[in-house]
Structures are given as C-alpha cells and as structure tokens.
Design a protein around this ligand. Structure first.
Ligand code: ATP
Length: 259
C-alpha cells in the first residue's frame, strides 16, 4: 500500500477543468516532485491533497484512510504537513513561537487541560519545546529563535515555515514551491536540507516546484502534468528525457534547458 494514493482525480471550476483525471502514488520515504508548466494543475492538485478543495471526481487515500473531502484541519493529525507558496507565518511573532504554533494540531490533552495547566498539557508543552529546539538546530535557526519573523530575510522565513510543518511530525510533507524567491546559494542549501530532513525524519515529501534542477536533484520520482493531465511519471531521468515533457515545456515558452 502506498502512503499517498491519488486516484482518477478531476477538478472543475465552472467551465474550466483544472485537473482532468490524474492518478499517482507516493511511497513511504519517497521524495516525489510534481512539475508542469503554468496552469498545468499542480496547485489545484496540491490543494486537493491537503484538504483545501474537494475534488469533483476521484479519491485521495492517505495511509490507508480516505481523505477525499476531509476538512484541512483534519489533515495534520493524520500526518500530513504542508507549507505555503506565499508563506503563512505569524509575522509579529518570534521564530520559536511560530514553530511551536505548528505543534498545537498534535495536542491530545485538549483545550481545558491546557487552560487549567494540567500535567498532561504541561508534558505536551515540554515535548513540543524540546522538539522545537531540535528543529531550530537542524534548520540553523537557533541564532534567530527570538527574532520576529517579519525582520528576517525571505529564505530564512521559508525555513521557519518548514520547521513549523515538521514539528507535528508529518509522515508526508507537502511543499508548495519551496525554492520560489530563493537565490542560487539558498536553493543549493534547500536541496541539502530536504535530503537531510528525509534522512532524519523518515518521512515522504511531495514537492510542487518550478525549479527543475532542484526537483531533478532531490526527487526519487517525478510526476509531470500538462493541461490537467499526467504526461509522465518516473525517475528524474525518465521524466527529463520524456518527449511529451520536453514538448510541454518548449511549446509553452518555458525554460526547457533547465528541464
Ligand atoms: N479557483 C479557480 N477558479 C477557476 N479556475 C481556476 C481556479 N484555480 C485554478 N484555476 C484554473 O485551473 C488551471 C490550473 O491551475 P493551477 O493553479 O492548478 O495550475 P499550476 O500548475 O499550479 O500553475 P502555476 O505553476 O502557474 O502555479 C488554470 O487554467 C487555472 O486558471
């Protein structure tokens, strides 16, 4: 059984079919890249998997549970973490507070236990604080732990978002254009970080990304979309050399050399 199973998913917005019957799977500990030219349907599919949209047709199964149409707040407790293309951080809060905010979805002790500072809640807070420290170290954020997020460069904010997604210990991390807005050096750093995260946390990653060299470097497999349909699904080499993928990028005036 695959960790994530996307089956025959269709998404229509009025007269527009954004996703036209896509199936693919992500296995345990796999890094899967999702690529395609502008308007191919990547973000729509990503939003379906993370519970923002309910598909018009088809199903999504995560770790054996059907998540089709489940609300997004039900996703983190199941083990699905995500980051956003345009960052969704609390800008006036510190890095540590932002990272800790990701732990709340995991809490089992409940609102009342936290309000009354009962032992179960205090233990949860201790565990979360310990995990936050580990993640701040792993993502080289210790020196800025107490700095408000708004005062940090974009690349650093992206690492904060990653740490916040990781604190809930997801089995699958959904990353929406993590390289967007990063410079060369930062993209290189990101590639190393993704490999390190996979090794340290034994998780799977689904990566929607335009930055081809990053996708090809870190992915075990790549799924390519064009006009809402899957046009390739295989190793980075297979996808990079697929005539349909080359055609999709060339035909649309995209940077085909990078592919
Ligand atoms: N809420 C919506 N209402 C109407 N049409 C939409 C909506 N969301 C997406 N679309 C259309 O669906 C198609 C796929 O869009 P989507 O954003 O999923 O593509 P994408 O591959 O993520 O593109 P990009 O790389 O530019 O982010 C596009 O034609 C888009 O205009």
């Amino acid at each position: 059984m695959s960790l994530l199973d996307v089956r025959d998913v269709v998404m229509r917005f009025g007269g527009v079919t954004a996703v036209a019957g896509v199936s693919f799977a992500v296995e345990e500990r796999q890094i899967c890249g999702l690529i395609g030219p502008n308007g191919a349907g990547k973000t729509t599919l990503f939003n379906i998997i993370s519970g923002i949209y309910r598909p018009s047709e088809g199903s999504v199964t995560f770790a054996g549970t059907s998540t089709t149409g489940l609300p997004r707040h039900a996703m983190a407790p199941l083990g699905l973490g995500r980051t956003f293309q345009n960052l969704a951080l609390f800008r006036s809060m510190s890095v540590r507070e932002n990272v800790l905010s990701g732990a709340h979805s995991q809490g089992r002790a409940g609102f009342l236990a936290h309000a009354l500072r009962l032992p179960a809640a205090r233990e949860e807070d201790r565990v979360a604080a310990r995990r936050a420290d580990e993640l701040l170290g792993l993502l080289s954020l210790e020196d800025v732990a107490d700095v408000p997020v708004a005062d940090l460069p974009f690349g650093t904010q992206k690492r904060v978002e990653m740490a916040r997604a990781l604190i809930s210990q997801p089995r699958l991390l959904l990353l929406d254009e993590p390289a967007g807005g990063l410079n060369h050096g930062e993209v290189d750093e990101l590639a190393r970080l993704l490999e390190q995260i996979r090794a340290s946390f034994a998780l799977s990653i689904l990566l929607v990304e335009h930055h081809m060299s990053l996708v090809m470097r870190v992915s075990d497999k790549v799924v390519a979309l064009d006009f809402g349909k899957k046009i390739a699904d295989g190793t980075p080499h297979e996808v990079r050399t697929s005539p349909e993928v080359i055609r999709a990028y060339l035909g649309d005036g995209h940077d085909a050399h990078a592919a």
